[in-house]
Design a protein around this ligand. Structure first.
Ligand SMILES: C[S@@+](CC[C@H](N)C(=O)[O-])C[C@H]1O[C@@H](n2cnc3c(N)ncnc32)[C@H](O)[C@@H]1O
Length: 355
């Protein structure tokens, strides 16, 4: 099966073709999955990327036209793609930042475009100070319109340097049009998109999520891979509503089953298992119940996956995950482990293959 670069087209703005020999392209990806995303980029889009710092990849030897395409339409496994307009030291001054940004504005034909400055709270003091000065700038040739913007200026601090990243914005509606409903603990779709690519695409068969919530993992997997059907199980009827709303546009049949994901009666032979298991202070389930759920999911995956089928399972609890997969290791050995971070949460990820 051929794999393409699955992208989302932001509201098009700018002439991204020119100047990519001078300004590298940077992709913002889930922290901890830089290596995995570089592998996905190579396989899916023939993009050669190298790590730039936590949560960022930089273009290496990719042809300019492929980079321009990735700027106009960002890969689903990235939060966005940007040109690296400049790098400033900790003491970098606003005048140099404005000069670098105006150079990129001119080269990419972006003069007077509305932009939003994205400098998250956990960025360095230097980045935040610079952000405040840029917002007050009279010489930057962009308009600060946080309510209706076409460009994002992301300030990120990597190894003591502040990066000036400028790229087309992707609206929430553009990024996940399928997302009509939500449950409290829904996984971020970009993290889900990267996670579901940790196993090669399948042709046909069933994709099953025994703790499906609003169905993000299945929706993102089916956007990438060729499983013919989807089955979501969840103990909450509220999850069933969100699942039905979010999966309705997917090609092929999908089904929700209310009940315990550890119950083998609810499972069916499957090609791929995806799960974001409950854990953490918002989950009030006693430890023994969680233990039974984790063990049941790994055991059912070992039993119901077809030979060669893959399980991609995440939780914040490394201990519960490792113990459950250790019990299933004869039929379902672990191939790889990852540790991603997002929104202050840690996602331990296990990829296992049915032998
Ligand atoms: C972390 S959330 C999954 C969120 C989902 N990935 C999404 O994006 O919406 C965990 C889900 O597990 C469900 N859950 C908890 N215990 C369960 C059980 N024993 N069997 C099936 N589902 C369960 C919860 O209702 C919740 O929807």
């Amino acid at each position: 099966m051929s794999v393409e670069l699955h992208t989302v087209a932001p509201s098009a703005v700018g002439a991204w073709e020119r100047g990519l020999d001078r300004w590298p392209v940077v992709f913002a990806v889930p922290k901890g999955l830089e290596g995995a995303c570089a592998g996905i980029a190579r396989r899916e889009g023939q993009l050669r990327l190298k790590p730039l710092g936590p949560g960022f990849l930089q273009s290496d030897k990719t042809a300019a036209e492929r980079l321009a395409a990735a700027l106009r339409a960002a890969p689903l496994w990235s939060f966005g793609s940007f040109v690296l307009a400049g790098k400033l030291g900790e003491a970098g001054d606003a005048a140099r930042a404005e000069q670098a940004l105006n150079g990129a504005v001119e080269a990419f034909d972006l003069a007077d475009q509305p932009y939003w400055l994205n400098c998250p709270k956990d960025e360095s003091e230097a980045a935040r100070r610079l952000g405040a000065r840029l917002l007050a700038s009279k010489t930057l040739r962009l308009r600060n319109v946080p309510s209706d913007y076409r460009l994002t200026l992301r300030l990120a601090t990597v190894e003591g340097e502040v990066l000036l990243l400028l790229g087309p914005s992707i609206s929430v509606k553009e990024r996940f049009p399928y997302r009509r409903d939500d449950v409290g603990a829904s996984i971020n779709p970009v993290l889900a998109a990267a996670m579901v690519r940790l196993a090669p695409p399948a042709e046909g068969g069933l994709a099953l999520d025994p703790t499906c919530g609003s169905g993000t993992l299945l929706a993102e997997r089916l956007a990438f891979s060729g499983e013919a059907e989807a089955l979501g199980i969840d103990i909450s009827a509220r999850a069933g509503q969100a699942f039905a709303a979010n999966l309705q546009d997917r090609p092929g049949p999908f089904r929700f089953q209310l009940g315990n994901g550890a119950d083998p009666e609810l499972w069916a032979p499957c090609r791929t298992v995806l799960s974001n298991l409950p854990f953490g202070i918002r989950v009030r389930q006693p430890r023994e119940e969680l233990d039974a759920l984790y063990t049941g999911v790994a055991k059912n995956a070992a039993r119901f996956l077809v030979p060669g089928g893959r399980a991609i399972v995440t939780s914040s609890s490394k201990r519960l995950l490792d113990e459950a997969f250790a019990r299933a290791r004869d039929r379902l050995p672990v191939l790889a482990r990852y540790r991603a971070e997002m929104g202050g949460l840690v996602y331990q990820i296990v990829v296992a293959a049915r032998s």
